[in-house]
Design a protein around this ligand. Structure first.
Ligand code: NAD
Length: 495
């Protein structure tokens, strides 16, 4: 009998015995480890009603009181890093070390949100007219929804929830149905920390549940992270209903290696960023752009590393690359690799059909290094979301920048160089929202934001410190305290 992962409504597990369930697998074994219950419209309504019932009381608390609960939450999440990491590894597949890193990055967002008393501030101007002051105050929206992807089952929920809740909203999370377990544990910890019932709610499900959440009249705003086609459709649906939306989509991150770059450290950085988490990071490097005569030496250095990477279950401390999330993902990645080779890419290393001893049912795809990938090929245009690194050779930085400019996605882009001129030009001209200079995965700290460009993001706000404006609305107050003012005036005058 497998554990059934329930919803979390009003501070309690919520199960509808008759509701359909989906299996949750351990990607390292392919075996079912749990099942998750799926919400329909009626369950979504119960969840949103509970959130709405709690929202006003939470919003009315002083920000410092909300911050106290978040400080307690931060301590509890920190105390449970190992437990959360183990849950991530069991349901997602990434290594324990990587999973701990994920929780730590999530904590970065909780720490940011603890600063709510200093961060959620309006503005004031005195004497904007005679004895008139003008000021703005920030107000939470009410019930806000977060829909999250499988690849960061703790970090992305924490990035959304902590700022949304700190700002005074009730937050309803719809985690990925592929690895929903860790989110439930976070909700339990939030309750233990003193975040009131109904302020952190979870409903599990798929499309039906997501659409019911987006359509619900009491849901004021929708944050989404996932693949671009779904991001676009959620953004469109929420906007059509007159709601605020931010939807973060897929990526194809380029790392440009200039001829003067230190080859060994660049190859280390590229390999780690391309193959870490089996390439299932929105900021993974999937294209290495070799500029000029560095290409042969770079490919040789990458080949040596790609051949040596240890693939295995995430629970084995020796493993560097774990399985991908599902059999469907594994087969799709293999198909894209064989299609690329048929289309003319050179398979320098192809470990995509790797067998891992003792894990016959695991969804393993070993690292793949493809050289001379054509920019018009499917593999180059598509987000593979697996441990596949494409090398594209160009002659100049201009050509590298043009590749980045013309790609559909614009999440991250990096350059490795010793030239300040090249780095500075890249920083200004690369058409991506997050840029790295001699840093392969330039995910900014929470005091900045996570936000791509082009079809990697729909909407105009980022996550973390850029989302205070998303999760609040301003009110502008014009105020006069002057009892000497009298007399009617039918004009519309400047103050
Ligand atoms: P996904 O789009 O399949 O699923 C994301 C969420 O949407 C899940 O909760 C899922 O249940 C839900 N969903 C799936 N199909 C739906 C539908 N038809 N209607 C409504 N909801 C639906 O994405 P995934 O495979 O879980 O995650 C990987 C993707 O997320 C990659 O494309 C990756 O680049 C992207 N991602 C982006 C960022 C970023 O910051 N831009 C961060 C992490 C992941």
């Amino acid at each position: 009998m497998h554990a059934t992962i329930p919803h979390w409504i009003n501070g309690r597990p919520y199960l509808d015995a008759a509701a359909p369930k989906l299996p949750v697998e351990d990607p390292a074994t392919g075996e079912q480890v749990a099942e998750v219950t799926l919400a329909d419209d009626a369950t979504v309504k119960i969840a949103v009603d509970a959130a709405l019932g709690a929202a006003a009381g939470w919003a009315a608390l002083p920000a410092a009181r909300r911050a106290q609960a978040l400080y307690a939450f931060r301590e509890l999440v920190r105390d449970h890093i190992d437990e959360l990491a183990a849950m991530i590894t069991t349901q997602h597949g990434k290594t324990l070390d990587d999973a701990r890193g994920e929780v730590t990055r999530g904590l970065d967002a909780v720490e940011l949100a603890c600063g709510v008393p200093g961060l959620m501030k309006g503005e004031m101007s005195e004497q904007t007219g005679r004895n008139i002051d003008t000021y703005s105050t920030l107000h939470p929206l009410g019930v806000v929804v977060g829909i999250t992807p499988f690849n960061f089952p703790v970090m992305i929920p924490l990035m959304m929830a902590s700022v949304a809740i700190a700002a005074g909203n009730a937050f309803v999370l719809k985690p990925s149905e592929q690895d929903p377990g860790p989110a439930l544990r976070i909700a339990e910890l939030a309750q233990e920390a003193g975040i009131p019932d109904g302020i952190f709610t979870i409903v599990n499900g798929q499309r039906e549940c997501v659409e019911a959440l987006v359509d619900h009249p009491d849901v004021a705003a929708v944050s989404f992270v996932g693949s671009t086609p779904i991001a676009h459709s959620i953004y469109r649906r929420a906007a059509e209903a007159g709601k605020r939306a931010q939807a973060f989509g897929g990526a194809k991150n380029h790392l440009v290696v200039m001829p003067d770059a230190p080859i060994e450290s660049a190859a280390d950085a590229i390999s780690s960023a391309a193959f870490g988490a089996a390439g299932q990071r929105c900021m993974a490097i999937s294209v290495a752009v070799a500029v000029g005569d560095i290409a042969d030496d770079l490919v040789a250095a990458l080949k040596q590393r790609t051949e040596g990477i240890r693939v295995g279950p995430g629970t084995d401390p020796a493993t560097e690359v774990g399985p991908v999330v599902s059999r469907v993902a594994r087969d799709r990645i293999r198909h894209l690799v064989s299609g690329a080779v048929d289309a003319g890419a050179v398979p320098v290393v192809d470990r995509s059909r790797i067998e891992v001893g003792g894990h016959p049912g695991g969804h393993f795809v070993g690292p793949v290094l493809l050289d001379q990938v054509a920019p018009d090929s499917e593999l180059y245009r598509t987000e593979v979301f697996g441990p596949v690194l494409a090398v594209v050779r160009v002659d100049t930085l201009d050509e590298a920048l043009e590749l980045i400019r013309t790609h559909e996605y614009g999440n991250g882009a990096s350059i490795f160089t010793r030239s300040g001129n090249a780095a500075h030009r890249f920083q200004r001209e690369a058409s991506a929202g997050m840029v790295g200079i001699n840093v392969p995965i330039p995910v900014p700290v929470s005091t900045y934001a996570v936000a791509g460009w082009k079809r990697s993001r729909f909407g105009d706000t980022g996550l973390t410190n850029a989302s205070w404006t998303f999760y609040t609305q301003p009110k502008y107050v014009t105020s006069r305290w002057d009892d000497t003012v009298a007399g009617m005036d039918f004009g519309f005058r400047p103050n």
